[in-house]
Design a binder for this molecule. Structure first.
Ligand code: AMP
Ligand code: ZN
Length: 142
């Protein structure tokens, strides 16, 4: 997984060195059609600045992306005629990230489209939720 700007395919799209079907472009963010869509209208929303994963994004850039997601979602519903959509954002190879430039998938969803996650929900043991909650508070305070 490439994570430096010089060999990053999405940086090349930002710099217009390779083509993309761009549907949105502002100072900080572009959105374009995924070339191998899970459904017609599947979008990728990316920052113009190179960052490998979500945790690497400056807050201002994260904010720029978050601000445009509702607008892009509304357009996706209009264009695709979908009944809903998923926002999917993979961080790390183990999570399915292939392109090492942070990106948000917007995926049109239709009834019985066959897409989905195996959502193997587990359960906490007695007291474990409190322990995990405390660990998060410590992590966020550090
Ligand atoms: P991920 O597995 O989350 O890293 O997803 C990467 C996505 O980028 C995949 O859905 C690819 O189809 C898509 N992709 C890769 N190269 C291009 C490209 N040149 N133009 C548009 N989409 C691309
Ligand atoms: Zn990049």
């Amino acid at each position: 997984m490439a994570s430096s700007p010089s060999d990053c395919i999405f940086c090349k799209i930002v710099q217009r060195q390779i083509p993309a079907s761009t549907i949105f472009d502002d100072d900080s963010v572009i959105a374009f059609l995924d070339v191998s869509p899970l459904a017609s209208g599947h979008l990728l929303v990316i920052p113009k600045v190179h960052a490998n994963q979500l945790i690497d994004l400056p807050e201002t850039v994260a904010s720029d992306i978050g601000r445009v997601l509702p607008q892009l979602g509304r357009a996706l519903l209009m264009v695709s005629g979908a009944d809903g959509f998923n926002v999917l954002q993979n961080n790390g190879e183990v999570a399915g990230q292939v392109v090492g430039h942070v990106h948000f998938h917007l995926i049109p969803r239709f009834k019985d489209d066959g897409l989905g996650y195996r959502w193997n929900a587990g359960a906490y043991e007695d007291g474990q939720m409190n322990d995990v909650c405390d660990l998060f508070k410590q992590a966020l305070a550090s």
